[in-house]
Design a protein around this ligand. Sequence first.
Ligand code: SAM
Length: 263
Amino acid sequence: MTKEADKGSGTLSCQHDKVPDPLSAFGDKTVPDPILSSATLYVVATPIGNLGDLSPRAVEVLASVDAILAEDTRHTRGLLSYAGLHTPLERFDDVTTAEKTPQVIARLTSGETLALVSDAGMPAISDPGAPLVAACRDAGVEVVVIPGPSAAVAALAASGLPTHAYYFAGFPPRKPGKRAKLLDTLEPLGATLVFYESPQRVAKFAAELATRFPQRTGALARELTKLHEEVVRLPLPELAANLAARPSIKGECVLLVSPAIKA
Ligand code: SAM
């Protein structure tokens, strides 16, 4: 593994003497020593909007690995430039996963240390990565997670809906029949439902949810951590009407539904 303590210069320098000491934030040794293990895949969370959410530990890891496997290398180059890093980037997305996984496993097994990132948030959560992590586990390759932002959890925490149990459903299926089946399955759950949805489809899906669950409360969490951040929490029929009345909806959206009311 290449270990360069002084990679990069830029707006936020990554020289180790300038990176906040991850240990100092906690006052004791509650986080591991930042020296990386070789032959390890680091699964690194990145910001979902605000670059300030990139953790010192994530910077440390991204600075020190041999290469970063990125969903979109152009996108991640922007993040690296913000952090003043020059670590080599390689494309690793849904299209290349099957072809590249055996090579990545071989490299890790021979001692390389790699980081996996997605365009935003936690890799492997509605993003590429889960099959690679599974393959690492199968091959006995060490996997270390560097946790951080994830839109689902951020939206849940911001929504004001019950958090004691939640069901993360990811993106709902595009086909109406499959969507209806999914909602049949989710209907009895005593858990807040969390969906990712595109801004073009979110009003229509909210209307569908309102028809299905008219007694429940819904929430839209949009553009979290960004300039136009918005969280609206309303009875579902009112939320659907609110979204339907907008000329357009822009940005990234999470839609949430309160749990089934137990009889
Ligand atoms: N792996 C990511 C995570 O853990 O947050 C999720 C990736 S998924 C491809 C992208 C979806 O996450 C978007 O379509 C949207 O539903 C949600 N999302 C991402 N960033 C968001 C933000 N800043 N505010 C609200 N939702 C966001």
